[in-house]
Design a protein around this ligand. Structure first.
Ligand SMILES: Cc1cc2nc3c(=O)[nH]c(=O)nc-3n(C[C@H](O)[C@H](O)[C@H](O)COP(=O)(O)O)c2cc1C
Length: 335
């Protein structure tokens, strides 16, 4: 049973899936190389994140991954609620993968139906699964049979803006008992620089009775407000905005949902060094620098001369060098 409650501003301030309360209904998006343990903890520490996702994981290789060593599976006890995102190619992979997720104390399982990456095309996964609703239905039915955890799916809007095709897809998804739907408001072929079609998320919202999270292009409190207004969604999912401004959940939480972050706001420099600390705590040496570079690519975007920070870190050959160069940047920065 799902339930949604209204906050004083008329937006729903929580989503309830089975026994799980998502409050505020603000989620960190699954992002390869970004939505790992360090990033999840970083945004949680800033406050007001209601739901976390892992980056996408191949259902096929999950049973062979060692959770003690795999950077994809690294997780601390505080990272909750956490939905593990899977991409699926074969029905036979479902049961062993889901069994592992049960062992990992997953709070939910998400199926990636939106990713248009070429490597997924070859495997018929991600958004390519949506092109065959019969196959999709059988995969979802097996998933539903294999777990009682909340099941969510993340989709884009399709190959073109087509209400009939979307209605067919929604019927397939809800017919197989999914609990939550996230809609990235772009077509399969649209680049991230294109403005998302938030009004089309609204059309999907009208087609289903389950909660819908709106995703795409939310970089400020104002964007969050506009997206909620236009889409009528039950909550929001933030991707790049979370790497650019890890405090954005806290800002949206405070301004829209009346949520009070537990910790006082850190400076941008403190947040950056906290992230470095978390990377060093959570990952082996050879797994840290790549993740810092990827994060910095986005994080530097809030500084007028952020490209200096991005280049300095990008060309570093160790965490120590990157931290030193970042320190120099912050010392000289008039921000
Ligand atoms: C670096 C990067 C990696 C991503 N990896 C995934 C992924 O693993 N699974 C997924 O469903 N979407 C993935 N996405 C898409 C995001 O989840 C999100 O839908 C997209 O970035 C739009 O949201 P935004 O405008 O808030 O960034 C990725 C996006 C980025 C930028």
């Amino acid at each position: 049973m799902m339930e949604m409650a209204l906050s004083t501003q008329g937006v729903k301030d929580k989503v309830i899936l089975q026994n799980l309360e998502i409050s505020p209904p603000l989620a960190l998006a699954p992002m390869v190389g970004l939505s790992h343990s360090a990033m999840r903890s970083l945004v949680q520490e800033q406050g007001c994140v209601g739901l976390l996702f892992t980056e996408m994981l191949a259902a096929r290789s999950l049973p062979d991954e060692n959770e003690k060593h795999s950077p994809l599976l690294m997780r601390t006890a505080g990272e909750k609620p956490l939905f593990y995102q899977l991409f699926l190619t074969d029905i036979e992979d479902i049961e062993p993968a889901v069994q592992r997720l049960h062992q990992f104390d997953a709070q939910g399982i998400d199926l990636n139906l939106g990713c248009p990456a070429p490597q997924l095309r070859r495997q018929g996964a991600g958004c390519y699964l949506v092109k065959d609703l019969v196959r999709l239905r059988s995969l979802l039915a097996r998933l539903r049979m294999t777990t009682t955890l909340p099941l969510s799916v993340k989709i884009r809007l399709g190959d073109q803006l087509d209400q009939v095709a979307l209605a067919d897809l929604c019927r397939t998804l809800t017919g197989e008992g999914i609990d939550l739907l996230t809609v990235h408001g772009r077509l399969h072929g649209e680049k991230f620089c294109r403005k998302p079609h938030w009004e089309w998320i609204g059309k999907i919202k009208d087609m289903v009775k389950i909660p819908v999270l709106a995703n795409g292009g939310i970089f400020s409190v104002n964007d969050a407000r506009e997206c909620l207004r236009i889409s009528g969604a039950d909550g929001l999912m933030l991707g790049r905005g979370a790497a650019l401004r890890p405090w954005l959940f806290a800002d949206i939480g405070r301004e829209i949902y009346g949520c009070q972050p537990e910790q006082p706001r850190l400076s941008r420099e403190q947040i950056y060094f906290r992230f470095i600390e978390l990377l060093m705590e959570r990952f082996s040496t050879e797994r840290q620098l790549g993740r810092l570079k990827q994060f910095t690519h986005y994080y530097a975007g809030t500084y007028t001369f952020g490209h200096h920070l991005a280049t300095a870190v990008q060309t570093s050959s160790s965490m120590e060098q990157a931290a030193e160069r970042a320190n120099d940047f912050f010392a000289r920065c008039v921000c």
